[in-house]
Design a protein around this ligand. Structure first.
Ligand code: PSU
Ligand code: MN
Length: 304
């Protein structure tokens, strides 16, 4: 029996050998409030289609790994209660137990690779949390990037994380971190950070060629493409710094730990910025869907 079910739209693209872009589902269930979450999921899918690729939102529903969701399934996921947050460790358990789970970056990469999808768009990746020297809280997204050959387009990583340590771990793991069109590593809500990006490429074609070269050389793992947020949607780093500090302190005081940390911080920052963080989040996800589609188109021309 197949390990997954493809939506008719994705199956058609697979058969035709046309470009496909994977999309994650934790951003829907744990990253944004309803109903914006499902509206954004639809808009992201539409953006991928407009740019010549087929969207494949990945999630586990009632024990079935879905590669591509139809509209009713997207709505069901966005409104479901008790949805597991599924990373690498949880995925087989969730499927075997017949449960419903939203996939993180790590688990979406695994699903995409199983289905032969090479490019994936999201908002931000998980990383090394502030205080990780005591909590050991390092996202499994980082080791997944080292293991699974999918190019992930994100707007960098959030300043809720320790960005220098996140870049160090990625370097140790041999993950290329490629800023798109600029020298600095983008910081999710802000285009620039004061950290230099380890690598820079200026076109989707070069990013696709690097992905293909990695495979030809037999190196495992993918690439992290750090795509800066559009300037009109940016929130200045100095506006956010005290808000992030407050949210992080509250998480500490309330004993939030493990998988709960990222969703807690995202929700508090949303409240404390009175929704501005969500607006920025939406703009950058759409921007990432655009670039990921362009990369998928180029990669398809290169590798088929
Ligand atoms: N960062 C964001 N938005 C998100 C997430 C991270 O800016 O929605 C989600 C992604 O699904 C990511 C996951 O893969 O959180 C990381 O969680 P953890 O740190 O528990 O691995
Ligand atoms: Mn964690």
């Amino acid at each position: 029996m197949s390990l997954f079910v493809m939506s008719p739209e994705v199956a058609k693209a697979k058969d035709a050998g046309t470009p496909i872009v994977a999309l994650e589902s934790t951003i829907i269930t744990h990253g944004m409030p309803y109903p914006q979450n499902v509206e954004v999921a639809r808009k992201v899918e539409a953006t991928v289609r407009e740019h010549g690729a087929t969207p494949a939102t990945i999630a586990v529903m009632d024990g079935v790994l879905h590669i591509g969701l139809d509209d009713a399934q997207l709505e069901a996921l966005a409104t479901a209660k008790d949805v597991m947050k599924v990373s690498r460790a949880d995925m087989p358990v969730c499927i075997a137990a017949g449960r419903t789970g939203a996939t993180t970056v790590a688990a979406t990469m695994i699903g995409a690779h199983l289905a032969g999808i090479k490019v994936f768009a999201t908002g931000g990746i998980g990383g090394v949390h502030k205080g990780a020297e005591l909590s050991f809280d390092v996202s499994a997204d980082l080791t997944e990037l080292a293991a699974t050959p999918v190019s992930v387009v994100a707007a960098g990583a959030k300043a809720i994380l320790d960005l220098p340590k996140t870049l160090e771990v990625l370097e140790t793991q041999g993950v290329p971190v490629i800023a798109y069109g600029q020298d600095s590593f983008p910081a999710f809500w802000s285009q620039q950070s004061d950290l230099a990006a380890p690598l820079r490429l200026d076109t989707a074609k070069e990013i696709a060629a690097s992905h293909a070269m990695r495979r030809r050389m037999g190196l495992p793992g993918g690439q992290l493409i750090a795509n800066p947020i559009p300037s009109e949607a940016e929130i200045a780093a100095d506006v956010l710094a005290p808000i992030i500090a407050q949210a992080t302190q509250e998480a500490d005081e309330q004993g939030v730990s493990g998988k709960g940390v990222t969703p807690f911080l995202l929700a508090r920052i949303f409240e404390l910025t009175e929704g501005r963080s969500l607006e920025a989040n939406i703009a950058l996800v759409l921007n990432n869907a655009r670039l990921a589609s362009q990369i998928a188109v180029e990669l398809c021309a290169l590798e088929g």
